[in-house]
Design a protein around this ligand. Structure first.
Ligand SMILES: CC(C)NC(=O)[C@H](Cc1c[nH]c2ccccc12)NC(=O)[C@H](CCCC/N=C(/NCCC(=O)O)S[C@H]1O[C@H](COP(=O)(O)OP(=O)(O)OC[C@H]2O[C@@H](n3cnc4c(N)ncnc43)[C@H](O)[C@@H]2O)[C@@H](O)[C@H]1O)NC(=O)OCc1ccccc1
Ligand SMILES: [Zn+2]
Length: 304
């Protein structure tokens, strides 16, 4: 039975087009993983503690305060490891197995599409992943896959053991401990220790630099292999039949630019978003679809 909120007529016309489509793109954003319990980038006003998440996701922030940036990424690794892929992640993986001409362009670094066993050659990780670590030096090519949580003991998320300075933090620590919960360090009221560089992840190859998360920071270029895979798919003569834009505010480039590039290659655009105001940058065109709702319920209906 179709999810009540979905417009039947729109759903039927979408299904008709999808069934005719040979080459399909999907652009994935944080909204895809929202119902897996992961905060979106702009959720909570885009703040982590008192910091603008975007400003923490920069080489400059890491150079200035690697302890703070590692607390940020260790926290997001911890949250992502605690989370589970939702039905939308699985539906996208299923479509990839059925449709060889389907490519998912993911802005998400949470590893949930991979854990939904999305075929790896049909998943382009535009902004990397939280679970790759690499040397912070451009002159060292060391990198490793790493799911250790905490990534180093010093970054253990405080569980009541911290020496909270404020009585309130002490009360919260005790309450969290009673419930056996972690303290939510995305809350600025929860004190986090500044970790000395020697206790942060070290590069075992050059032994001269820290390891950093294998994500693309603002101001850094996307992985060349991924850019090539995407451009080869988009530039193919066969054109593109459809692009499905799921749970993204489409404000970060070059990722957001792929919507218009696909449109120029003949694609019809289908947007799935909890909030109808987040239209593609280039606005709506005749024939587009907008399905408002939770990606975890809407996407499985669309890809049925
Ligand atoms: C802010 C923006 C204007 N800035 C940029 O785009 C910059 C600069 C720039 C480049 N070109 C431009 C052109 C114009 C303007 C600016 C630029 N781009 C870059 O710096 C890029 C790199 C960008 C990548 C940055 N890294 C990320 N992530 C990894 C790190 C990390 O994660 O920590 S970006 C990160 O933020 C973005 C967050 O966006 P969303 O995922 O969409 O999340 P958001 O919270 O915004 O929205 C969620 C949506 O879901 C909806 N939703 C919520 N719940 C649900 C639900 N349940 N169901 C459905 N929908 C839901 C909401 O309504 C909402 O619409 C994602 O891309 C995410 O990956 N690099 C580069 O250009 O390099 C150059 C270069 C070239 C050669 C050589 C050297 C340099
Ligand atoms: Zn190194």
């Amino acid at each position: 039975m179709a999810t009540p909120s979905i417009d039947k007529h729109a759903l039927d016309s979408f299904h008709a087009h999808l069934s005719q489509s040979k080459r399909v793109l999907a652009l994935l954003g944080a909204g895809l993983s929202a119902s897996s319990g992961l905060p979106t980038f702009r959720g909570a006003g885009g703040l982590w503690r008192s910091h603008d998440s975007i400003s923490l996701a920069t080489p400059e922030a890491f150079a200035a305060d690697p302890s703070l940036v590692w607390h940020f990424y260790n926290y997001r690794r911890h949250m992502a490891l605690q989370a589970q892929p939702n039905p939308a992640h699985y539906a996208l993986a299923e479509l990839a197995r059925k449709l060889p001409g389907f490519q998912c362009l993911s802005q998400n670094v949470d590893g949930l599409s991979q854990r939904a066993e999305h075929p790896p050659d049909q998943l382009q990780l535009l902004h990397g992943t939280l679970f790759e670590l690499k040397c912070a030096s451009r002159r060292c090519d060391y990198h490793e896959t790493n799911f250790t949580d905490p990534v180093v003991p010093a970054l253990a998320i405080p569980t009541g053991g911290v020496d909270p300075t404020s009585n309130e933090a002490r009360r919260e620590a005790a309450a969290a401990q009673d419930k056996g919960q972690d303290l939510d360090i995305s809350d600025v009221k929860v004190p986090i220790p500044s970790i000395s560089t020697k206790d942060l992840p070290q590069c075992p190859k050059c032994n001269a630099h820290l390891l950093r998360p294998g994500v693309v920071w603002f101001g850094e270029s996307l992985p060349a292999s991924v850019l090539k895979n995407v451009d080869d798919f988009i530039d193919a003569d066969a054109g593109i039949d459809l692009i499905i834009v799921i749970g993204t505010s489409a404000k970060v480039y070059p990722a957001a630019g792929y919507i218009d590039e696909a449109r120029e290659k003949g694609a019809r655009v289908c947007v799935v978003n909890m909030d109808t105001n987040d239209a593609p940058a280039s606005g709506w065109a005749e024939g587009d679809w907008l399905f408002q709702g939770d990606a975890a319920t809407v996407v499985p209906e669309l890809l049925k």
